[in-house]
Design a protein around this ligand. Structure first.
Ligand code: SAM
Length: 323
């Protein structure tokens, strides 16, 4: 059973999580001291054996966990904070147990990624979770490039002492105007959500390095602008005036303006027909060889328009008990 635990505020430890921990025969956890404290704070007095499972020992633990689950024992998996399997151990255990045809249950709890996303003010309808970026080398460069081109909102985890460098790298690939939110110490006493552009975020962190845990929520890349009819016609006229054939002019304009060839060709044929005095019928047959029907494309890009917040705004919360 995967059990979510608080990311800072003990009030988020659910009654179901406490029941699961209290009823466990074995609790897999990253840090036995930390989980021991969690059990204490949750009022769990019946102590199951704690088995340390971190990124290095997860594979080794698989055999024991599968054997115990198969024998009917209740094995609970928790991590230091949040949901197991999200930038934390758990995923391989789930795969192994499920792979044996055994049941895996989940008791959901908070996760820093979703918590930051929903409070960021950045569009949350479609998002990509990237976890921690690789720290250096081509792996980092390549991932930054992918993140920069991602149209969906991107959620990243980062250590506070690496935040400035990551924001600088993001500004380098995305441009300083891209909107970002930095959610710090979520659900804790010093919870803070900073919102603004990457350029202003850099100025903010250079004043004083934020402390505590942070999540970076980055607005997605804007959709490329969709060319309007006027722009297509103007470009076609230019190309035709240079002596290009209808077909070649359409191909060039389609490539230059990132519009479907069919659309550019339809417009080119209509232009040529107009120039020669012929008319293009609704059914598309006319002029030199049939204009096609126009492809029903409409203008107007999307673009998420940013989140509408002023730069550098911060929400403070505070109040709830940290643990
Ligand atoms: N499994 C966890 C989850 O579901 O959120 C994530 C574990 S990952 C090892 C730890 C990272 O999560 C931190 O470096 C930070 O980026 C983020 N994080 C965890 N708790 C946080 C909090 N209270 N506020 C902001 N970020 C947090």
């Amino acid at each position: 059973m995967l059990v979510g635990t608080p990311i800072g505020n003990m009030g988020d430890l659910s009654p179901r999580a406490i029941d699961a921990l209290a009823g466990a025969d074995l609790i897999c956890c990253e840090d036995t001291r930390r989980t021991g404290r969690l059990l204490e704070l949750g009022g769990v007095t019946r102590r199951a054996k704690l088995l340390r499972v971190d990124d290095h020992t997860e594979v080794r633990a698989i055999a024991e966990v599968v054997r115990r689950v198969a024998a009917g024992e209740r094995v609970v998996v928790v991590t230091d904070a949040g949901m197991p399997g999200i930038a934390d151990p758990g995923e391989r255990l789930v795969r192994a147990v499920a792979g044996e045809g055994l049941a895996v249950e989940v008791v959901p709890g908070p996760s820093a990624a979703l918590t930051a996303l929903v409070v960021s003010g950045i569009p949350a309808g479609r998002f990509a979770f990237e976890g921690f970026l690789p720290r250096k080398g081509s792996g980092r460069t390549e991932r930054l490039r992918v993140v920069a081109g991602e149209r969906r909102t991107v959620v990243l985890y980062e250590a506070p002492h690496r935040l400035a460098r990551t924001l600088a790298d993001l500004a380098g690939v995305c441009g300083g105007d891209r909107r970002v939110a930095v959610a710090r110490e979520l659900t804790k006493l010093h919870e803070q959500v900073w919102r603004g552009t990457l350029a202003s975020a850099l100025a903010w962190v250079s004043e004083s390095e934020p402390r505590g845990e942070v999540v970076v929520v980055l607005s997605g890349a804007a959709e490329p602008e969709v060319a309007g009819d006027g722009q297509i016609v103007a470009s076609l006229q230019e190309a035709l005036a240079e002596g290009l054939s209808t077909r070649d002019a359409a191909a060039r304009v389609a490539a230059d303006l990132h519009v479907p060839r069919r659309r550019a060709y339809g417009a080119a044929v209509a232009l040529a027909a107009r120039a020669s005095g012929a008319t293009v019928g609704d059914d598309g047959g006319a002029g030199e060889g049939g204009a096609g029907d126009g492809d029903g494309q409409t203008d107007g890009g999307q673009g998420d328009g940013g989140d509408g917040d002023g730069d550098g705004q911060t929400d403070g919360v505070g109040g709830d008990q940290p643990w």
